[in-house]
Design a protein around this ligand. Structure first.
Ligand SMILES: [Zn+2]
Length: 134
C-alpha cells in the first residue's frame, strides 16, 4: 500500500506522517503543508492484478474512517480510505488499511487488510458513509 502525501506545490511528505494524516482526515480536518502551508493531499498507488496496461494507478484519498477514534497511536489502528482515481474521477475505490506497532515499537502501515470482526467492518463502513465528499 504505497501511499504518500503531497502538497499543492509538490512538497513530497509535506512534513507529516501518513498515519497522522489519516487520523486528521478521519476527524474531518484539512491538511496543510508543514513546509509551505498550502493544502496537502493523500495519494495511494495501486497495481492491478491482470491489468493490461503496465504501471500504477494513482488514487487520491477523499474521505477516511477510523475504527477506534480514541485509540492510542501505538495500538492496532484500522481505517477505511475512500479514494478516487486521479485520472478517471468516476473510479471510486475503498481501501482497508491499518497501522500497528512492530517489535521495535516503530509504527508501520499494514500491507494486508486489517483482520476484523463483521461488527467492526460494519462500524467502519457506517463511519465512512456512502456518499463521496463534495
Ligand atoms: Zn508544501
Amino acid at each position: 500500500m504505497p501511499g504518500y502525501l503531497s502538497c499543492d506545490t509538490r512538497n513530497r511528505g509535506a512534513g507529516m506522517l501518513l498515519h497522522e494524516a489519516a487520523i486528521r482526515l478521519s476527524r474531518g480536518e484539512q491538511l496543510s503543508c508543514g513546509r509551505c502551508g498550502c493544502p496537502v493531499r493523500y495519494y495511494v498507488r495501486q497495481k492491478w492484478a491482470n491489468a493490461r496496461k503496465r504501471g500504477d494507478v494513482t488514487f487520491e484519498v477523499k474521505k477516511v474512517a477510523r475504527l477506534y477514534p480514541h485509540a492510542r497511536k501505538d495500538r492496532f489502528d484500522p481505517f477505511l480510505l475512500w479514494t478516487q482515481n486521479v485520472s478517471d474521477r468516476t473510479d471510486v475505490k475503498i481501501l482497508p488499511i491499518f497501522w500497528a506497532p512492530g517489535k521495535t515499537r516503530k509504527i508501520s502501515g499494514g500491507q494486508f487488510p486489517p483482520f476484523l470482526s463483521p461488527q467492526d467492518w460494519k462500524k467502519l463502513f457506517q463511519k465512512l458513509g456512502n456518499r463521496a465528499p463534495t
